[in-house]
Design a protein around this ligand. Sequence first.
Ligand code: SRM
Ligand code: SF4
Length: 574
Amino acid sequence: MSEEKKLSANEYIKIDSNYLRGTIQEGLADLSTGSMSADDQQLLKFHGTYQQDDRDLRADRRKHKLEKAYSFMIRIRVPGGVATPAQWLETDRLATQFANHTIKLTTRQAFQFHGIIKSNLKRTIKEINQCAMDTIAACGDVNRNVMCNPNPYLSEIHAKVLKVAQGISDHLTPQTRAYHEIWLDGEKVESSEEEVEPIYGKTYLPRKFKITIAVPPSNDVDIYANCLSFIAIVENGSLVGFNVAVGGGMGSSHNNEKTYPRIADVIGFCTVDQVVDVAEKTVLVQRDFGDRTDRKHSRFKYTVDDHGPAWILAKINEYLGYELGLVRPFAFEDNGDRFGWVDDANGNSHLTLFIQGGRVLDTPAYPLLTGLREIAKIHDGDFRLTANQNLIIANISPAKRPEIEKLLKQYGIKDSHLKSALRLNSLACVALPTCGLSLAEAERYLPDLLTELEEVIEENGLRHDAITIRMTGCPNGCARPYIAEIGFVGRAPGKYNVYLGGGFAGQRLSKLYRESVPDTEIKSLLAPIISRYAKERENGERFGDFCIRTGYVAATIQGGDFHQNIKPEALKKA
Ligand code: SRM
Ligand code: SF4
């Protein structure tokens, strides 16, 4: 970090906050406004909540000289995405009692509520904690929800990997008592001298930090889009350790070439016992070397790019006091979910449901929220959130399966996954009306666009051919659109940049194909390419690969695509 450059404003907010307290308590008590002070809004993120306003109502409220319709989004951490039926029922109750009657399953295996008004914020967070979940570090400049492959049918390996994910999550959870004081009526710590944040220190990290664990051949947690990833290496049926990947990230800003999505580099290998240490030391490298002067350049991917992956590897080794091993062979096949029923060797069953946009809600035609509530009441296994915004009703015992099947039928959920493979492989971020950063629709629009594109898919006999397709309302990349085979990134209301050529396993960035395409023209833009793909693809060729081979877009060599070509031995010596 350059000495001369001024620290970014958020650094001072953190320093002055007394370990994330700020004036949040005073702000919550002031009911003359639905809003919180600007500084406290930044600090609230560390506690897992964002101030938002209903953007659909903005113009009308402005006209009537009313304050914006403020409310809060709350994000619940679910390490590895595993929740008990009791936690599901509580999440449902809170969503219905305090939020907008929906549960959002996020692209990082977490729950989100939208529309909580300020006077209900404390009670909601307190009651989340009462059912053994929390919101601390769900947002903010800290390690976020640790993702993990959720597949329960790999029971033995999965149980071990999940434990590792939970171990990393616990180890990197902030230690400040502020969370307990503010939300859980914990005893007040009188002097900040008594507080220590052993890993983060007073200023926490320069920016958010994201960790995930994948179990090949599935890359369903999109390791290449994360700051730090662990790729499980299974040899002779046993988990022997993890390859370590660093420096992935999606966020960028329109018209700012200094910002860009980046694919992670696989730099080494560690054993199961070393993994929490490696996570901690990598976080420390970012804490010490990340850019704290420019928040648009402060993610770990820029630290990795600025110094190079070989330098980062050397620094991690130095902090560890030992060396990471050489990368072990691994191969990913896809980054999607496996839908429908799967039975495991122990006789339990698992059902992966398709949840459009990750939004669990009731409509007259599809009472999904109610149906899942009734299932949770009798389910004796667990629920697993996938990083593709879907839901696994997992570990259903043979005794419960008939009852659950009856409920799935009764509430119309049974066939949730009998959709085109294009739809099943779609992701959309929240965007409007709650996201303050969105420039265009995503979650509310993608289903309709898919219906249009499905006509083309059907005409070309591609109903069962998976193509990954993702949409975000802005370039921040919350649905990881830059690694989809078809990506849409909002530019302005009704206008999208269209990207093509991402890798089917999320291993390659896409390239910009057309800029600012009106939504009315997307179908006609893509129809000829899809039709040509149906006719001219080579045996087993994926859509993204086809788009590159036939010249619609060039292959990308930025980020991991380039560095992965460096032999791990060379990385070690560098
Ligand atoms: Fe995200 C900011 C929603 C996953 C990159 N993201 C936001 C905010 C909080 C908007 C804001 O700052 O005011 C969005 C809240 C919308 C709302 O109304 O709920 C938001 N992000 C989401 C979720 C809910 C999208 C979804 O539909 O599932 C995901 C919640 C994940 C979770 O449970 O923790 C979500 N966000 C992601 C991902 C995907 C991932 O992590 O695998 C990314 C890209 C990966 C990455 O981080 O590089 C992502 N979100 C961002 C960024 C860009 C950061 C950057 O590097 O520039 C922002 C903006 C920012 O931080 O300044 C952002
Ligand atoms: Fe909001 Fe942009 Fe993230 Fe979508 S990608 S949720 S519009 S910040």
